[in-house]
Design a protein around this ligand. Structure first.
Ligand code: HEM
Length: 265
């Protein structure tokens, strides 16, 4: 057998793949959260940030997307293989005892993983493809009060910084998608916000358990700093939950205000 295939088929190899793919996803979650929290600033920041990502040079956006997709596939595939192996290896009564011992988070890893996967598909349809039935943000963005806003906007610095429009290499105004208004329109729908809050709660639980397993795989959890590492994992989970959940909450409580271009109502 090819030595590389043999390595990744071994128990150690699979644990490594699970931990490495999980670490990449955990970093993405932090980066994405930091980017999204800009919704609380002047709309310029999140709109210019989205524009930059959409216009990365050399097709880098698609490289990043491909890497992320591969990482998700590896993470899910290895988790399925490991689950099947565990089921085969454990006699029934041992499994029951092991389940009782396992923490709440570890027991729910598979369920939260499946729900998160479904959430990500919904989320990409919602904000990237922008086409959830009854909820489209094509050329215009409709708010719950019937007001309609331009989906595209000239990227202008905040007034406090002179209010100048950003320019392309050929000297034209940069026009970007009004992600700020889109996020408000998305989260004004209470059931969408509720679904996001539930999903990010499951995400936070999934991640805090995942991060502590990662420490274990790295052989760190048996050492004297185990308590500290468990605290780091739990804190990471709560930061992710509060960071992400604050966005739908901020919209529903009126903390994020529409500042786009009104075209009708
Ligand atoms: C309040 C929570 C969130 C907000 C406001 C948000 C916002 C957004 C926006 C605006 C986009 C589209 C970017 C663009 O095309 O310009 C996006 C894409 C995406 N988000 Fe989120 N997101 C949230 C939570 C999450 C979570 C929890 C995950 C994963 C665990 C996630 C994963 C993704 C992925 C994979 C994409 C697709 C990136 C791409 O290829 O374009 N998001 N998000």
């Amino acid at each position: 057998m090819n030595p590389l295939i043999a390595l990744f088929s071994s128990s150690l190899g699979k644990k490594f793949l699970m931990a490495a793919s999980g670490a990449v996803l955990a970093l993405f979650v932090l980066g994405h959260m930091a980017g999204n929290l800009q919704v609380f600033l002047d709309p310029y920041y999140i709109n210019a940030y989205a524009y930059k990502l959409q216009h990365l040079p050399y097709g880098l956006l698609w490289v990043v997307r491909l890497v992320m997709l591969t990482t998700v596939v590896v993470h899910i595939w290895v988790s399925v293989v490991l689950t099947l192996e565990n089921m085969k290896a454990r006699p029934h009564d041992y499994k029951v005892k092991a389940t009782v011992k396992a923490s709440y988070a570890s027991r729910t890893m598979r369920v939260s993983g499946v729900i998160l996967f479904l959430f990500i598909i919904f989320h990409i349809a919602h904000f990237t493809v922008r086409n959830v039935p009854g909820h489209e943000y094509g050329e215009a963005i409709k708010l719950s009060n019937g007001d309609v806003y331009h989906a595209e906007i000239v990227l202008k610095k905040p007034e406090s910084q002179g209010g100048a429009a950003l320019k392309t290499a050929t000297g034209e105004d940069k026009i970007g998608h009004d992600v700020h208004t889109m996020i408000i329109a998305g989260f004004q729908v209470w059931w969408i916000s509720a679904f996001y809050v539930l999903a990010v709660f499951l995400l936070s639980q999934h991640l805090s358990h995942g991060v502590s397993s990662l420490f274990q795989s790295l052989g760190l959890r048996n050492s004297g700093i185990r308590k500290v590492l468990d605290l780091v994992a739990a804190a990471y989970g709560w930061v992710v939950f509060l960071g992400y959940a604050s966005i739908p909450a901020g919209v529903l409580f009126g903390l994020v205000k529409v500042q786009g271009i009104l075209i009708g109502g």
